[in-house]
Design a protein around this ligand. Sequence first.
Ligand SMILES: [Zn+2]
Length: 112
Amino acid sequence: MHELGITRNIVAIAADAAKGRRVLRVTLDVGRLAGVMTEAIQFCFETVAAGTALDGAQLDINEITGRAKCQACGSVYDTPTLFTACVCGSRACERLSGEELKIRSIELEEAA
Ligand SMILES: [Zn+2]
């Protein structure tokens, strides 16, 4: 499963960034067009996090709606799929959001 690899990467990056401190919460930005199942990431997270700096941490997933800018008429519109055309009929667009998959923030335990 592709989401297991993604979850392992997220945990590895967050654990590295924590530099020995405990991670309490990780927030991800996941575009609805990124091609990943957020439920699967949630499902894997606890198991992958066990025994790392993220053991017991909360995972929040912020889903980002797909948006694009039409190159024909300049309007900005929501794209529920990668193939959604503009109302003017053009499919030539610049992707603005919806394909991201990144860590937005990491909340660490206060240093004692
Ligand atoms: Zn257009």
